[in-house]
Design a protein around this ligand. Structure first.
Ligand code: DQQ
Length: 464
């Protein structure tokens, strides 16, 4: 295994992975699908890969669920969702085809079903929905179905562009087979919406979508089959194409709302090490709605089962000179607690993947005066063409009495940062030096970090 392959984030057995698709849990077992090219570590020939799990941490790879049906003119099986109806599971996805259907606007929405959750059949009823449904409305991109049940029947949300703007389009059906177009569920400001999906919290709803940049959410209510009374427009993760894209979600058998996302690569085409895989899934997050309308997001607690050797530090004096923790690891969880008052003016940096020579390090920078947190990748790697843009997030206002809590999950070439339960940033880093595995602290002015815990993470069990 190469040093960049994550140990507790899911990757395809080999080759390419992008968006998570159609997660569900049935009889205790979680099922997760993903966009997959089975023959190369690059996007193309898109299938649906499949993995199952009992805890969202350890996974078993299953046979590929969907392959393009070439005999029916299908070239790719794009993103979509699942519905569990009794003991049968149905997948809904965007079928990209030849000729007219080659353009993404010529996409169709298809279904596949399975009784054993291992082999999937595409019924003759396909295509279920075609562009012709929209009449006069100019729909120029159209994909990524998300289906859910309302008391009076089924609804489907599709992303794309209508009349020149990114939006979510709404459809309804009584039988999951015959669908009619209702209207635009929500019209965005962005140029495109991909992968829209919903979480319901009683009468409230949170709509997440991927606008070819950081994944965003809107919290409001659904009335008249539209998203209305929007009281918060937030960011699911500041990573975007550099770290977190194309999220999807589901409710598990414990009633938890679970959010998943894709972690793209950022290593450039001429990356000097040959890797036979590309793309990973972000740690599953439990999400909830806060009274403010903000989405609370925390990694699934089951991840704690991977915690190994731990180190605890209390009241650590931090200065502009590096304070070494003495822990060396490239696969760990780190939690940091700071008194906000001690950081009123200065900046605190937590450096990970740091080399003893000081030439390589990735810095998580907290700047409370400017309400910002940044993953600074400017010194992450000596390789010439890896992505280095900073990933910058905004911190919500908080009282000075409330300690600031940060969790960093580092996994070989991934860094996922959670600040409190509202702000998430994910990025890729590809250190080049063998010994870029240090964890250290630095501050622009003398300060004290109240507490820091580091757990080395064991590799998740991933069976093929
Ligand atoms: N990825 C899929 C599309 C989706 C995009 C294609 C988002 O269905 O819109 O692989 O990353």
């Amino acid at each position: 295994m190469d040093r960049y392959r994550p140990r507790y984030h899911l990757t395809a057995p080999r080759n390419w992975m992008n968006d998570p698709n159609g997660p569900f849990q049935l009889n205790g077992e979680y099922h997760l699908f993903y966009q997959h090219n089975p023959s190369a570590p690059e996007w193309g020939d898109i299938h649906w890969g499949h993995a199952s799990s009992l805890d969202l941490v350890n996974w078993t790879h299953q046979p590929i669920a969907l392959s393009p049906s070439r005999e029916r003119g299908e070239l790719h099986c794009f993103s979509g969702c699942s519905v569990v109806d009794g003991n049968e599971a149905k997948l809904f996805y965007t079928s990209i085809g030849e000729g007219e259907r080659d353009a993404t606007s010529g996409a169709q929405q298809w279904t596949a079903r399975s009784a054993d959750l291992r082999s999937w059949v595409k019924p003759d009823a396909n295509p279920l929905l075609t562009l012709a449904l929209h009449g006069e409305l100019q729909v120029t991109e159209w994909r990524d179905p998300y289906v859910w049940r309302e008391p009076d029947g089924w609804r489907m949300l599709l992303g794309g562009i209508a009349d020149g703007k990114g939006c979510g389009l709404l459809y309804s059906s009584d039988d999951l087979e015959n669908w009619s177009f209702r209207h635009i569920f929500y019209r965005g400001e962005e140029w495109i919406w991909e992968c829209p999906h919903l979480f319901r919290f009683g009468g409230q709803a949170v709509l997440c979508y991927s606008p070819s940049g950081p994944v965003r959410y809107l919290s409001g209510t659904i009335s008249g089959d539209r998203l209305t009374d929007v009281r918060k427009h937030g960011t699911v993760d500041y990573g975007g194409w550099e770290g977190f894209y194309a999220s999807t979600g589901f409710v598990d058998e414990k009633g938890r709302c679970v959010l998943l996302g894709w972690i793209p690569e950022g290593r450039g085409e001429d990356f000097p090490v040959r890797l036979d895989w590309a793309g990973a899934l972000a740690l599953p997050r439990i999400v909830d709605l806060k009274p403010s309308g903000a989405l609370a997001m925390v990694p699934v607690p089951e991840l704690a089962t991977l915690r190994g050797k731990s180190s605890r530090f209390e009241n650590i004096p931090v200065t502009p000179a590096p304070t070494l923790t003495g822990v060396r690891s490239t696969s760990f969880e780190c939690s940091v607690e700071v008194d906000r008052r001690s950081l009123e003016t200065g900046e605190l940096a937590i450096s990970v993947f740091a080399s003893p020579c000081g030439r390589e390090h990735t810095d998580v920078r907290l700047d409370l005066a400017n309400h910002s947190i940044t993953i600074d990748r400017s010194s992450s790697s000596l390789f010439p063409n890896v992505h280095r843009t900073p990933i910058k997030g905004e911190l919500p206002p908080a009282s000075a009495d409330e300690p600031l809590r940060l969790r960093i999950f580092a996994d070989q070439s991934i860094i996922e940062v959670f600040v409190g339960d509202e702000v998430c940033l994910t990025a890729r880093v590809y250190a080049s030096l063998e010994d870029s595995d240090g964890i250290l602290l630095r501050a622009s002015a003398e300060t004290v970090v109240t507490r820091m815990d580091i757990w080395e993470m064991r590799a998740a069990a991933i069976h093929s």
